[in-house]
Write a protein that binds this ligand. Structure first.
Ligand code: NAP
Length: 318
């Protein structure tokens, strides 16, 4: 799609300091792109510098709720990637303001500058009328050639899913099975999603297309909790928490500084988080991009061992 070499291509990564962001920055740096990381607090993004050559990665201040800052970060870039997302609302960080309005500003900037765009959303954005779905619609209206990536839940060393439940298992006698733990997930390795995004930057993805990215295995929430417990070698009760009870708890928990559960998350758990049959048949998947995704067994034990009673030291079995 693009004739420019990566050395001449400036890619702005909004939200590049986040969990997925740092893997995207690493993947782009390996492919020799020039990278501008746009975040609210660039001074906290300096840890990204060693992922590239001297001067290859540069952090600038941008807030998706502030149009001039979005516009300034887009200047002279050939590709804009939007990875900004929030899990809960605080102050002016509202879902509509950040996910929908913010994403639209990035797309408008891409259109104004003739830049290509990659937008990261989430599986399930279509099933529920969420701000993520609104964002997709606004982005495609503003920049129709945008490639949209919808991953299932992400795993990797700094993930918020496996680490969170392993940490909970360390202090709690039971793990909750919201809605009976029947919701199905297709966890995707963060490095694979970063590779898919880098492929889109390379011009290997279809323009104006929504990709759904899930790992090789589909697992119910209960199975994932059993996997966590087996990995960290701990026995815990798996406690059924019906949706209405979970919603009630979440209503209170959402006011914690970093909420363990929010009512929106409970709502999302009502729907399976897996790649759709349509996306599979149209090859709008990892496989369509030529990526063989990693299973959780290959990666997760390499960082969950610290939650075992004996850390990296296994008990003698013989
Ligand atoms: N993690 C998952 O399991 C998962 C699954 C499916 C989809 N996704 C999607 O993937 C994307 C990335 O997720 P993630 O897990 O990497 O999130 P994350 O770790 O929370 O990172 C979010 C990034 O957004 C930046 N940010 C937040 N508010 C901002 C604002 N108003 N303006 C500019 N930057 C802002 C943050 O930096 P500052 O705070 O410094 O600004 C940070 O760099 C999101 O769209 C998310 O919905 C994630």
């Amino acid at each position: 799609m693009t004739a420019r070499s990566p050395y001449d291509t400036l890619v702005t990564v909004y939200g590049g300091s986040g969990f997925l962001g740092r893997h995207v920055v690493r993947a782009l740096a390996k492919r020799h792109y020039r990278i501008r990381v746009a975040v609210r607090r660039p001074e906290l993004a300096n840890f990204l510098q060693p992922l590239g050559r001297v001067g290859q990665i540069h952090a600038v201040q941008a807030n998706l709720r502030n149009v001039p800052s979005v516009e300034a970060a887009a200047r002279d870039a050939q590709v804009l990637i939007n990875l900004v997302g929030i899990l809960f609302e605080r102050g002016r960080q509202r879902f509509d303001a950040v996910h929908a309005y913010g994403a639209e500003q990035v797309a408008l900037a891409a259109n104004a500058h003739g830049a290509r765009m990659v937008h990261v959303s989430a599986i399930g954005a279509d099933a529920n009328s969420t701000s993520a779905y609104n964002a997709e619609q606004l982005v495609l209206a503003a920049q129709p050639s945008t490639v949209i990536m919808r991953p299932s839940i992400l795993f990797g060393p700094e993930d918020d899913f496996f680490n969170r439940f392993a940490a909970l298992a360390r202090i709690s006698p039971a793990l909750p099975l919201i809605g009976g733990g029947l919701t199905r997930f297709q966890p995707a390795f963060v490095g694979d999603v970063a590779a898919a995004i880098a492929d889109a930057v390379d011009g290997k993805a279809r323009a104006g297309t929504i990709y759904e990215l899930g790992g090789p295995d589909i697992r119910a929430f209960k199975e994932l909790m059993q996997f966590v417990l087996a990995t960290i070698e701990r026995k815990r009760l798996l406690m059924n928490l019906p949706f209405p009870v979970a919603k009630l708890q979440a209503t209170l928990l959402q006011y914690l500084p970093k909420p363990l559960l929010t009512p929106d998350q409970v709502e999302l758990l009502r729907t399976d988080n897996v790649v759709s049959e349509t996306a599979k048949s149209e090859m709008r998947t990892f496989q369509g991009l030529g990526i063989e995704p990693e299973p959780i067994e290959a990666i997760v034990p390499s960082y969950l061992w610290r939650f075992r009673k004996t850390g990296q030291f296994r008990r003698r079995l013989a």
